[in-house]
Each structure stands twice: as structure tokens, then as C-alpha cells.
Design a protein around this ligand. Sequence first.
Ligand SMILES: CC(C)(COP(=O)(O)OP(=O)(O)OC[C@H]1O[C@@H](n2cnc3c(N)ncnc32)[C@H](O)[C@@H]1OP(=O)(O)O)[C@@H](O)C(=O)NCCC(=O)NCCS
Length: 185
Amino acid sequence: MHIRPFRIGDESDLFAVFHSSIHGLAARDYSADQINAWAPDNLDQDVWRERMQGISPFVVEHDAQIVGYADIQPDGYIDHFFVSAKFARMGVGRMLMQHLHVVAAERSIATLCSDVSRTAQPFFERFGFLVVEQRAPIIRGVVVPNLLMHKTLVSDTTVEGIATSCACVSSALRAARSGAPSLPR
Ligand SMILES: CC(C)(COP(=O)(O)OP(=O)(O)OC[C@H]1O[C@@H](n2cnc3c(N)ncnc32)[C@H](O)[C@@H]1OP(=O)(O)O)[C@@H](O)C(=O)NCCC(=O)NCCS
């Protein structure tokens, strides 16, 4: 298993991971309507391609197959974090999360944050993320609840200080106010 940057041409394999992860793993915490709104079988692949090129994630390969991917944006926001259902609980998520921490250190990013699914909450907690807020984004007309979680990488003093110094929390809130869905990722 190894990790590498996104390459043009990965997009359809990333969609397969995204779809497998949501239908095969997140389905235990969300209803069928929520799952189908979040990861529809017929998601517009032009939009998807553009999205993946925009976030440019790191991908984990096993035997030349992409089994997981995750991104980190310049403000520390993790937009997508998905592991293929067949490869769950085999250390793929750990490899991605550790890599994001290395990249964050290299880029002097002070805080990581993400809109995290109920399914992924224990995993993010395992890596030291805290819940900032429960949210209820609407995706294709269906409410798909998630949690805004963050992790401060450089020391800060107070809870208030952490919350206000988290640039990606601000951007997530801006997105929420403008009505932009944080999911699908
Ligand atoms: C959450 C997710 C990314 C975890 O990936 P993974 O490859 O299965 O995780 P790993 O095998 O690397 O596990 C790393 C650690 O997290 C723990 N962990 C992983 N999933 C967990 C869960 N659901 N509950 C509790 N602990 C969990 C593992 O036990 C392991 O702990 P350890 O180091 O003490 O052994 C994956 O399950 C997933 O893609 N879920 C569905 C999609 C989703 O909701 N994505 C996130 C959108 S924000």
C-alpha cells in the first residue's frame, strides 16, 4: 500500500471509492434516502471530475487499485475523506490521516477541520479531532446530518481562542450561510 498525489485520470476510480464508502460503510448510520442523496449512482461525472481536480486529494493504492483518498485545503479544511468499503479497518484511513498531518506541518497549517459524517466521527476522534458543532446540511433536498470537527495543531489557549482562530471553521460557516452544501464531498 502506498500514498501518492492525485493524477488526472483518477477521477472515475475516486468516484468508485466515494460510492463504495458511502453505500457500504456510511449506510449503517444514515437512511437509504440520505445515502442516495449523498452518493447518487448517476452523479454527473463532469461535475465530479471538476470537483476532484479542484480538491486534488492524496490517494492510497493497493495492487494498482485506488482504495482510499483524502484532501487538505490551504486553510486546513479536509473536504473529502473516504475509504473503499472492502478495505475498511485495514489502516488505509490511518495512512491518509497521518499523511495529512505531515502535509499540514510542511505547509504550516495551524488547524485541521472537516464536516465529518456520523460514521467517521469515532475515527476523527481517534486522531484528536473535537466536535465544534452539529450541522444539518441539505443535499439534493435531503437533510444529511454531520459534525463540524477540528483539531488544533499549534498550541492555543482557550476554547474560544481555538474556535475563532480556525480559518476553516470560518470558511465552513461562510459556505453554510451562502447555502453551499458541504456534502457531497
Ligand atoms: C472513517 C473511515 C475513513 C476510516 O477508515 P479506515 O481505513 O477504516 O480506518 P483505519 O483502519 O485506518 O483505522 C484507524 C484507527 O481508527 C479506528 N477506527 C476506524 N473506524 C472506526 C470506527 N468506525 N469506529 C471506531 N474506531 C474506528 C481503528 O480502529 C483504528 O484504531 P487503532 O489505530 O487504535 O487500531 C472509513 O471507515 C470511511 O471511509 N467511512 C465511511 C465514509 C465516511 O463517512 N467518510 C468520511 C466523510 S467525513
